[in-house]
Design a protein around this ligand. Structure first.
Ligand code: ADP
Length: 286
């Protein structure tokens, strides 16, 4: 328990008759990246709003760094950072000015240049944010979420709509941050991203957590591994064969194909988190 940064116990939130979060419980360890994965409307933002003290749970409780968020909201907020799409930047101000202002609002001392360096924007500090690309704004939002040197960072779709290079640099930043001991609560509907950087992922559907484990264990538990072979026929057409890897007769089937057909490529493939989400919930993530 001592090493858990976040403990959510039986959280419930409803908007009128709609149960947006329906008895959710989980724990996130210190320095862990938890991917909180689900389609639009699943209840991700509502969960984060409860965890960050923006709304009060109707039932249950959330403890962050050993403190009840509903009771010690301000104290908890001193130690968390939140980068949500709705938290807008001041477009007419420079990057440095944005960070300086935010630090002042927070009542903390922060070195804007050091923060900009963390997100690789150190050469752009004096530029107005209105000139920034979407990727640069996302990185600045993360820098801003880190002004108080938070122990828990909440990130919402941090790479949505970004090019692959910017996305990769944000993922690396998240990994570096967690390696230094910061806990990261990452909400996303991008299963590739969740798979790549989360220690564990929680699948959330219709307000409930339907699975929570490491990506590799989820794949082993729910997914089927297959050997995929491309076979070239006499007329030059390519046939694709998939052979389940974990079946008894797999080895014989592979051997037979290799002996009798012109196998041009062969590799193993495992289920993606998206496949598993569909298997569990009967619906896709997007
Ligand atoms: P997600 O972040 O996974 O997209 P949300 O937590 O935003 O999901 O929403 C969960 C459910 O609650 C959805 O059905 C959504 O329409 C509803 N909801 C969210 N915010 C409000 C609100 N302020 N008033 C009424 N319903 C809301």
């Amino acid at each position: 328990m001592a090493n858990n940064s976040i403990v959510a116990q039986d959280l419930v939130y409803s908007y009128g008759d709609l149960k947006a979060v329906d008895h959710i419980s989980f724990e996130v360890g210190e320095g862990e990246v938890l991917g909180y994965l689900g389609p639009n409307g699943a209840g991700k933002s509502t969960t984060v709003k409860m965890l960050t003290g923006q709304i009060r749970p109707k039932e249950g409780r959330a403890t962050l760094l050993g403190m009840d968020i509903a009771k010690e909201t301000n104290k908890v907020q001193e130690h968390i950072g939140v980068a949500f799409e709705t938290t807008n930047l001041y477009e007419q101000m420079t990057a440095v000015e944005n960070l300086t202002l935010f630090a002042r609002l927070f009542g903390v001392k922060a070195d804007p240049m050091e923060l900009l360096e963390k997100v690789n924007l150190q050469t752009r500090g004096k530029e107005r944010v209105s000139n920034f690309s979407k990727g640069m704004k996302q990185r600045l939002m993360i820098a801003r979420a880190m002004v108080n040197n938070p122990r828990i960072l909440f990130l919402d779709e941090p790479t949505e709509g970004l090019d692959p290079v910017s996305s990769e640099s944000i993922r690396n930043l998240i990994l570096e941050t967690s390696a230094k001991g910061t806990t990261v609560f990452l909400t996303t509907h991008d299963m590739y991203e969740a798979d790549k950087i989360s220690n564990r992922v929680a699948f959330i559907n219709q307000g409930k957590i339907v699975a929570l484990d490491t990506p590799s264990r989820l794949k082993r538990q729910y997914g089927q591994r297959v050997i995929k072979m491309e076979i070239e026929k006499e007329d030059g057409q390519i046939d694709i064969r998939e052979i389940p890897l974990d079946d008894n007769g797999s080895a014989d089937m592979v051997k037979q194909l290799l002996e009798t057909e012109n196998v041009v490529t062969m590799h193993t493939e495992e289920a993606t988190l998206e496949d598993i989400f569909i298997e569990i919930t009967g619906r896709g993530l997007v």
